[in-house]
Design a protein around this ligand. Sequence first.
Ligand code: GLA
Ligand code: ZN
Length: 675
Amino acid sequence: MDFTTERMLHGGDYNPEQWLDRPDLLEKDLEMLQEAGCNTVTLGVFSWAVLEPEEGAFSFGWLEEIMDRLYERGIWVILATPSGARPRWLADRYPEVLRMDEARRRDLFGGRHNHCFTSPVYREKVRRINTELAKRLGRHPSVILWHISNEYGGECHCPLCQEAFRNWLRKRYGSIEELNRRWCTTFWSHTYQSFDQIESPSSRGERMLHGLNLDWKRFVTYQTTDFMKAEITALREAGSALPVTANFMYYFKGLDYFKMARELDVVSWDTYPLWEKKAPIEIAYDNGMCHDLMRSLKKKPFLQMESCPSSTNWQGVSKLKRPGVLFAQSMQAVAHGGDGALYFQIRQSRGASEKFHGAVIDHYGGNDTRVFREVCRTGEALEKLGELCASQVKSQAAILYDWESQWAMEDSQGPRNDGLHYQEAVLKFYRAFRKRGLNVDLADQDSSLEGYRILAVPMCYQFREGFAQKVRRFTQQGGILVMTYWSGIADETDRCYLGGVPHGLMDVLGIRSAEIDGLYDWEENQLIPEEKNELGITRSFRCKYLCDLVELRGAKSVMAYGKDFYQGTPALTVNRYGKGSAWYVAADGEEAFYEELIRLLLKKEKIKGAVPGEIPEGLEVTTREKEGTVYYIYQNFGREPARLPLPEGKVFAVYGEAEELLEPYGLAILKQTTE
Ligand code: GLA
Ligand code: ZN
């Protein structure tokens, strides 16, 4: 089911349950929400203890009253199921709901997000509260969306979870012999005689069977998703047909979001970038790539569910957001295909662990604060952007970003246990595409590659069944493939491929990866262009971390290593395959290398960005499309005012002006009709 509104959402997490003894402040909240142009709040995320103070005794009146008052003022509600933190009575009466850690120690009550996803008791209690919530408040006219739990994450190693894991394995492998074969258990005599002997990975037990470790991670995604599905089913059975979301986290490794997203109507995520840690454009690329990942999970508009209006209080150093940054960060979500920008939180809590976390309304409580004013300005701008709602970001470029492959690679004990720098490798490609003005999707091995002209595959260590064929087809039909070192090494249970790698693609790439050299952090090699090479590349670049030694099997060498015993052997190669071409990057080049590679490749293949010409340093250009209209969205994350590179043809301004210089942290949106 699609989730669309006609206004960009603006608002955030609101916790009135912390203020029920202060009706004066609740009244003030409403006034200030309106003043700030907030049209949406998320309610109930951590309200369970107030909604069900004792087992089976429910109290919804207070929430309904608040929802009535929000509705009167035109403010929508995203209603949360409260499973992210359970009440004390529940843990005391049913200790099985508490998690067990990997050393098999049961947690005490406390914190949040720490319940067992298998426990039938926990599932039943969640079903009950979700049912009550849906029946009593699910039809309230203010509610537009369900927010399922909060930031799912973590794992439980209790006996119930062990049994569920074993059953999951039984289904997956059918027989213990097959499991032994796939996990290579003969190694160190770790052979299992029956499924009952299997235990989840533990520092006190088995951690060396990579097949086990990988399947455990898969199981954690499976079980968490199953729990989430049960939460959604409870709402549906109680008669609610509203769309559902769950809030995801920044490059969170613990759960395969591509899989979880299938069960949701809309993806949302919580972003807390460290804006002052690097040049703003560097942070913008990093945050922008995560937006693009979230959008790519369903190839649909997403929501920025949380972000901090000023400074957080859980990061090492809590920097204030400099003037303009809150505005720019909120607009970046819209630029990358989000339909709104929401904050954590509306009113700053008074005590406990988040009392110093930034909020729209701080402890002082007035509307005459710097932060409040910037929230107002952001609200005003978002109000003008309603016509962009539901417009899509279409991309010619995709980068492979695969959870399972990353899990396997980082666990694999290989050429560099001191860091493979996967995330950085992905980001280097991303930055290179963005600097040429291309929109970028992130895809995993199960995603369709249809419609992309260029596909970057950095360090895809694991090739699952069918992936090599998919990439082959993509290239054959005219796609440009850019694959890097450490790809196609192992299968889906982390067994190494025999007979040469990258598995199944040696003929497509025209090479065989023969050996791979790990470099110390302080070591470097060089990438030196071959004379009269295919790409017209003339500069040399540095490379680090990993150097793959390839043997040519039909491909041409474009660059070669500059030193060591492999000096002169190929480091960048190209092979024509079908209607397309396949490039192989053998070593981890510096950023400038990826930029030059992508610049020349796009030029060679006549792949054009959104606007002609150079994109000024620090500028982000993204396009969204809807019903014959293309929106060109410009944001300046540079330090200097920037001139906008305009598309060809007539443009109309939606926000800002086409001919004016764009100030740092500024936004300009132009549109063009294509029909
Ligand atoms: C997460 C949580 C919120 C809050 C914020 C603080 O994103 O979902 O409840 O704790 O962090 O930054
Ligand atoms: Zn458990």
